[in-house]
Design a protein around this ligand. Sequence first.
Ligand SMILES: [Zn+2]
Ligand SMILES: [Zn+2]
Length: 280
Amino acid sequence: MDNYHIHSDFCDGKDSVEAMADAAFRAGFDRIGFTSHAPLAYPDDWTMPIERVEDYIKAVRAAEVKYAGQMSVFTGLEVDYYPWRRGISDEVRGILPSLDYWIGSIHCLGLFDNGEVGYVDLDAHHFERCVDEIFGGDGRAAVTTYYRGIAEMVLHEKPDIVGHIDIIKKNNGGNRFFDPESAWYRDLWHEALDVVKASGSIVELNTGGVCRYGARCLYPAIEILSEAAAMGIPITVTGDSHSAETIGFGYDHLVPDALNAAEVKTIVFFDGQSWQETGL
Ligand SMILES: [Zn+2]
Ligand SMILES: [Zn+2]
């Protein structure tokens, strides 16, 4: 049992690296990876400040030593891709060589007129403001920017893992901003998967959205997971864990049920050097 998407109190997680590793070990994980939010290129209160990165890496490496021979502990980051800048921040790019792997995610959709960041995943009111102010009220334009951004990210930045690939649906309760059944929506995520397949990045089955926001926030939707598996895209399972008590959330039923429903036959694990495929 593995979990390659774990936060800590270095960013917006509740518990320390050590507490998260201890909880993972008690829950029976074989391999875990820490992926605190890398410093954002904008003022914020949810990512790790750049001056704390060195201490973060030291803390994770200490957990690696503590559990050597019992549970593998890897050092990663969850890095923001900025669709309107077509890249990650150069400052963060400089940190990547010192990591075991990294997750590329889009949380930021664009900038408001006042220079503040418009987020994909804050809340419905904020998302509405994004659609209105950044995309002129056009939900489809916001979704297009998101999925084209995912495609550009895997093409140009090559993250090991694509974070919560369909998180754009998070604030679309009641299909308020777009219809996920529409042909154009399917075309957009499918085009993104085509590029993911070509780039070699991994798609995560992420239970963190369900843990914090309920069943409709399983990332990705079964339909997308199923298509990714059929296309031969590598898949891994993560918890996007923000607290020690939820580190194994969904691994008992949600994960096997989703993998089964999507007919996923193999997943990948990290052996310290590269990602290896294993049958289910
Ligand atoms: Zn994320
Ligand atoms: Zn995360």
